[in-house]
Ligand binder design. Sequence first.
Ligand code: FCA
Length: 349
Amino acid sequence: MFGVFHGHLRPVFPKKASRPVSLRRRAFFLVAGLALAGLHLHAAAPAVKIGFLVKQPEEPWFQLEWKFADQAAKELGFTLVKIGATDGEKVLGAIDNLAAGGAQGFIICTPDTHLGPGIAAKARTANLKLLSVDDQFVGADGQPMAKVHHLGISAGKIGENVGAILATAMKQRGWSAADTAVCAVTFDELATAKERTEGAIGALTAAGFAKDKIFRAPQRTSDIPGAFDAVNVLLTQKPAVKHWLICGMNDSAVLGAVRALEGRGFAADSSIGVGINGTDCIVEFEKSKPTSFYGSMLLSAKQHGYQTAEMMFKWIKDGVEPALDSRTIGVLITRDTFRQVLKEQGIRE
Ligand code: FCA
């Protein structure tokens, strides 16, 4: 090996050198040079470590976000720390651990948007870069925290899509306005959820649906049991309705409603539900018989998982600050189209 170096180094020491440099000296400078270069490289590029905190790790949507963030970590070369942060205490503890473990930033879908000011302050103190995903932080003034970098969905627009799809489906089936009603599973304490359901209600009313036939069923928790309970209460109050159109903040909300309706004898021929996410309804679409869960607005888990991770990585590594507010769209999938669309989007083989 030394012989190889010797051969390479020969031209660097031209004949005009008054004193021949000993082999030992050459070797010393070579080794010292390499060591310095190594040190320099090390100082310029510390290992990047990024946290990814989600509020509901059991929901397929968040699992898919993580999957895509993992892909980014592998492809771009950083360490991803995935943390299920289901309440405020867990979020604050996770930030401490990330800071102690040498992370430089984190992405978060917070369990409560009102924790925003506390999370932002803690991130600042710990010198961690911060990017919120899905659910935008709310400040002490009740307004979105526009200075915290965020990537979310165009919630109002996607909700309008849901409403328009429901209005069209109702017409196609020839259901009369007199015996059809809307069941909107609401979760108004979360802004993105409210924008979605209000968007759907707005599109239904724009399509001519009577306002007094639109009923809101508020969920206490944003999961299937929360929606199931809320809709059961509504169905007890409205026994005369023959056909139901269902919307909600996500697939879980609509799935809970569909299960509650089934308990009262409503099936695919008497109720239509359209969800949002497109990731939590795959098992439903794969059932041998169609259920009332007609379709879902598929969101881009890849943008929410991979792209947010990439934004954070470039911010840490190259100082490229991401856009303050990015919004993504959705596309309709149904029992008939989901296989093809999921394949196109790289979600399924
Ligand atoms: C919220 C919902 C998720 C998903 C995401 C984009 O966080 O809880 O189900 O719809 O927005």
